[in-house]
Design a protein around this ligand. Structure first.
Ligand code: GLY
Length: 401
């Protein structure tokens, strides 16, 4: 009897030690994602039948509006690449040709963006769509789009300051604003060097990451949202927020972008300074006294009304995906267990009921302090699927890339 008990206890411990996000949870989440994506595709097609007039065509879903209707965006919006990316992830998981076809159709609508030098959001738009498409199909036409998009993005590099300019709007407020989100666009540049052998892209990405490390981060490894530069002298003019609670606060998604960004910089360069940075950011986020037990942050770690402040599920999804990758660079670290914890929370407590919310997968994201509060957001869904795929690959002891 005693032996049986001991055996059961040690088996339970072994299961606990090896039980990551169970395959059944991943399978259910993808089954629901397929059903939701079907719904979203038909709602996107319906919305696209409305005449656009002189306005650019609306091609991708972003969120819901106040009356609960699907809000679509034109290709130039920073979020246009996420739904095509979601379709690529469905294809990757299921291997069903119908998902590949839909992914190809929606990806194709973004091609003109490869020439749009008016924004830094090239990586979000083109790498999530064409980047995943190229990874999964090796279609040379996708490769060409990636290279052209990277070339266009390099036009925004300001050598004196050592950064890629983020926004062109709000010229009355900032001379040359750089937002922490811009770290995410570096993935496209690193890929372009791999695809072409031209190290220019790599050097720009490396310089941007180094400058951002120096000027965006506080001693506690929290990040400012916006840093404004003088493009002639390279001097920092201001440090602000645009979407967070205040200039000195830690906007949650910005922290998650930084975590993901420095993790990918380490993947691409193997420079230990980037791994150290990613770990320090993870430490700041995971140990913050305002981090809730389910590891889904409030929209800002310093929002004054915590615990009565909106959560940001998108920050949690980005964080989970980044932590899975970070766990592969650090054995004996808590990162994988923490990512598992986040993914389990999202799947169990934040998923939309199937057939509702125009096909969004997750509820309770927050775009900014004053807009898109407690809404579904397409990028939360994209990074959730990416994290689920990473979890599956780790369970199967496969490489993430
Ligand atoms: N621009 C990216 C974000 O809102 O997080």
């Amino acid at each position: 009897m005693q032996t049986t008990k001991l055996l059961t206890a040690s088996l339970a411990t072994a299961v606990l030690l090896t039980a990551f996000v169970p395959d059944t949870l991943i399978k259910t989440a993808f089954k629901q994602a397929e059903q939701q994506a079907q719904l979203m595709l038909s709602d996107v097609a319906l919305a696209a039948t409305k005449p656009a007039g002189n306005k650019p065509a609306l091609v991708s879903p972003r969120t819901l509006d106040k009356s609960g209707d699907l809000q679509l965006v034109p290709a130039r919006d920073w979020t246009s690449g996420f739904f095509p990316g979601e379709l690529w992830y469905l294809f990757e998981y299921t291997d069903k040709p119908e998902w590949k076809k839909q992914a190809q159709l929606l990806t194709a609508k973004l091609e003109n963006e490869k020439m749009n030098a008016g924004t830094h959001d090239m990586g979000f738009k083109i790498y999530c769509s064409y980047g995943n498409g190229y990874r999964l199909t090796r279609d040379p036409a996708y490769r060409d789009v990636l290279i052209q998009a990277a070339r266009t993005l390099t036009k925004r590099f300001k050598p004196a300051a050592g950064i890629i300019r983020s926004w062109d709007h709000h010229k009355e407020v900032w001379q040359c604003p750089v937002i922490i989100d811009n770290m995410m666009n570096l993935e496209l540049l690193f890929a372009a060097t791999r695809l072409t052998g031209d190290s220019t892209f790599y050097r720009i990405a490396f310089t941007h990451a180094r400058t951002t490390m120096k000027n965006h981060y506080r001693p506690d490894y929290s990040s400012y949202h916006v840093v404004d530069y003088d493009t002639l002298t390279g001097k920092v003019l201001k440090k602000n927020t645009h979407q967070g609670f205040s200039d000195e606060s830690a906007w949650a998604r910005g922290q998650a972008w930084g975590l993901y960004g420095y993790t990918l910089c380490y993947r691409e360069t193997k420079d230990p300074q980037f791994l150290k940075q990613a770990e320090a950011i993870a430490h700041f986020m995971l140990n913050h006294p305002h981090m809730p037990a389910d590891l889904v942050p409030y929209y800002d770690f310093d929002a004054p009304g915590i615990p009565n402040e909106p959560r940001d599920v998108s920050a949690a999804a980005v964080m989970a995906s980044a932590l899975y990758e970070l766990s592969t660079y650090k054995s004996d670290s808590p990162y994988r267990a923490k990512a598992d914890h986040i993914i389990t929370s999202l799947a169990k407590q934040y998923a939309s009921p199937v057939g509702k919310n125009h096909g969004f997968l997750l509820l309770h994201s927050t775009g900014a302090k004053t807009t898109e509060i407690d809404m579904p957001l397409i990028y939360a869904d994209y990074y959730y699927l990416e994290a689920l795929l990473r979890s599956k690959k780790l369970n199967e002891k496969k490489s993430l890339f």
